[in-house]
Design a protein around this ligand. Structure first.
Ligand SMILES: *[C@@H]1O[C@H](CO)[C@@H](O)[C@H](O)[C@H]1NC(C)=O
Length: 214
């Protein structure tokens, strides 16, 4: 499908541009001023995590998945934006990022509390298998099912795309994590992670709904 290839190419370009912008933000002279818009946003985020982590994560998950789906609808050049589709995407965001992910982090820290390099490596591998592979596999299947594809076909479709998805996952998130350690200042990280997650969720929306009857 040539159309699909062009869209994936343009997505890769956007991703590269965003990465470049983040590296530029990483210059020490651009540290987040506390009275700026971004500074206030970061403060608000920290406060809200402190007051109610559950609500914050659910809202964040919904927002990121919803925004990702909206972007995907633009890339797909939908004639009318489907708010139902955005709502269904947001619901998966609440479930995976708001409800599952925090439990997972607690559980994995409980099993491997050590910060020794070998345990960090084990945790990274488990993360990548459970979330990068299995999480995204189930997300694609669920998203497709919610958009009206029968259950068995949704799972088959997820099977057929999981390898390219996993490869993209590996490239995108390894690059981003390296940037986080190397270039992006700590104050920017919640925001930059949200931006990359929204792009990731655009990609997943795009893959999940590709080829479905309109
Ligand atoms: C998909 O993979 C990324 C990166 O590994 C991960 O952050 C995200 O949580 C995964 N999505 C789901 C729904 O598991």
């Amino acid at each position: 499908m040539p159309g699909r290839r062009i869209s994936q190419g343009s997505m890769a370009t956007w991703f590269a541009l965003a990465m470049a912008a983040m590296v530029m933000m990483g210059e020490p002279s651009h540290a987040l001023p506390s009275n700026s818009f971004l500074g206030n946003l970061a403060n608000l985020y920290h406060k809200s995590v402190a007051v109610s982590p559950l609500a914050t994560h659910c809202l964040q998950g919904a927002g990121i998945a919803g925004l990702g789906d909206l972007c995907s609808q633009f890339i797909e050049k939908e004639k009318r934006v489907s708010s139902g589709r955005i709502a269904r995407a947001s619901a998966t965001g609440v479930f995976y990022n708001g409800l599952l992910l925090p439990y997972y982090y607690d559980a994995i820290q409980g099993v491997f509390p050590s910060r020794k390099p070998v345990f960090v490596l084990i945790k990274v591998l488990i993360d990548s298998f459970l979330w990068g592979f299995f999480g995204n596999f189930s997300l694609v299947a669920v998203r497709r099912y919610l958009e009206g594809s029968p259950a068995v076909e949704s799972v088959r479709y997820a099977q057929s795309v999981i390898w390219p998805v996993f490869k993209s996952d590996f490239t995108v998130w390894t690059t981003y994590n390296a940037l986080c350690y190397g270039a992006i200042p700590r104050e920017y990280q919640p925001l930059s992670t949200a931006v990359v997650s929204a792009m990731w969720s655009t990609y997943i929306s795009f893959i999940s709904t590709s080829g479905l009857p309109k």
